[in-house]
Ligand binder design. Structure first.
Ligand code: ADP
Ligand code: MG
Length: 338
């Protein structure tokens, strides 16, 4: 079980002649990932999803907040120990080609983390190859066929399976899948989604599924929890199906309404659903979504809404002054630019 409280991350402005302002990528986010649970983050590009995923896998530092891993507060631990624990949280990134060394065979690719793991667990050499075979089979690849191959000799789907297999070598508690299927051919996507789903079902590996693709989030997180993220803040959350069927925050509604892919999984990939409008990272004393919200009134532009529980459903929370269930239609919704 992972519990994250009030996580904050600011990137310094990129330097140079045109010194940019710092970017507050994550502005006090709370979430939890139950053992063997499925959690999805949805939100458009730039809202901070990847940053949270990278923090959780130890690839990025954070400014403040707490990460509790099985009750232990990682923030209090020395860096080395924190990273040691976070090895059990493995990241699957968007582009499997970039994640694999092109000059290494799949055998070499698998041996790299296993050499480390064998040392750690004091296992004999023979264990390494046996373990590599085991995890490749788990992800649906035949070790005898792929061991001698280079990444370019495999399909995108097979490459992503290798990346998943490599993550499995450390016997992870959680897989963080960051847009893990967006670069994969549509025909192969379902296979990868099913793989992630099955790893969770069969082996109890929790899944944090980060995506702009609501249909995919719904598919892998059927009995899970969705967090809708807008500009580094959670604006709505709830049990997957309930949230998708009855969102009350206009941003969630805008996201969902413009997703024709909800009918199937034939996602067009790119950010087609994005309602147009100003996207600022400024400090705000108002609702951050107000400039783009077609329902915004004066109060939204002056007073920041606190998180509230939707009556009758403890799990369903939102930050909107005027939460309103609206029927979500599968066609693009106009959001007025400010
Ligand atoms: N290393 C970095 N340095 C500076 N800004 C960054 C860095 N990484 C991300 N950002 C900024 O933080 C914000 C959130 O980015 P990111 O977490 O990648 O969002 P998402 O994954 O939702 O698209 C963006 O404004 C992005 O430009
Ligand atoms: Mg991202």
């Amino acid at each position: 079980m992972i519990e994250v409280k009030n996580l904050v991350k600011t990137f310094p402005g990129r330097g140079g002649m045109l010194k940019q302002k710092p970017v507050q990528a994550v502005k006090g986010v709370d979430f939890s990932i139950p053992d063997a649970g499925a959690v999805a983050f949805i939100g458009e590009s730039g809202c901070g999803k990847t940053t949270i995923g990278r923090i959780l896998t130890g690839l990025e530092t954070y400014d403040s907040g707490e990460i509790l891993y099985n009750g232990v507060n990682l923030t209090d631990l020395p860096a080395a120990e924190r990273l040691e624990r976070l090895r059990k949280v493995q990241l699957i990134q968007q582009d499997p080609y970039a994640a694999l060394n092109p000059s290494h065979t799949i055998y070499q690719t698998m041996m790299a983390p296993l050499t480390f793991e064998a040392k750690r667990q004091k296992k004999p050499k023979a264990w390494m190859e046996q373990r590599a075979r085991e995890v490749l089979e788990l992800v649906g690849l035949n070790p005898n066929v792929v061991f001698g191959k280079y990444p370019h000799m495999l399909s995108g789907g097979q490459r992503q399976r290798v990346v998943v297999a490599r993550a499995l070598t450390v016997d992870p508690d959680v897989l963080v899948a960051d847009e893990a299927v967006s670069m994969i051919d549509v025909s192969l996507r379902l296979g990868i989604l099913n793989l992630l789903f099955n790893l969770r079902e069969k082996y109890g590996i929790a899944l944090l599924f980060i995506t702009h693709d609501v249909a995919a989030a719904r598919y892998v997180g059927q009995d899970g929890h969705i967090y809708v993220i807008y500009q580094g803040e959670v604006v709505e959350q709830g049990v997957t199906d309930e949230l998708i069927q009855s969102p009350v925050h206009p941003y969630t509604q805008a996201l969902l309404s413009a997703v024709p892919v909800l009918r199937g999984l034939e996602s067009p990939g790119a950010d087609r659903y994005i309602p147009l409008g100003e996207f600022t990272q400024e400090e705000s004393t108002a609702c951050r979504f107000a400039p783009r919200c077609r329902h915004a009134v004066d109060r939204c532009r002056t007073e920041k809404p606190a998180e509230q529980i939707w009556p009758g459903d403890q799990d369903h929370r939102h930050t909107c002054h005027f939460p309103t269930p609206r029927r979500v239609v599968a066609e693009p919704l106009e959001v007025k630019p400010s």
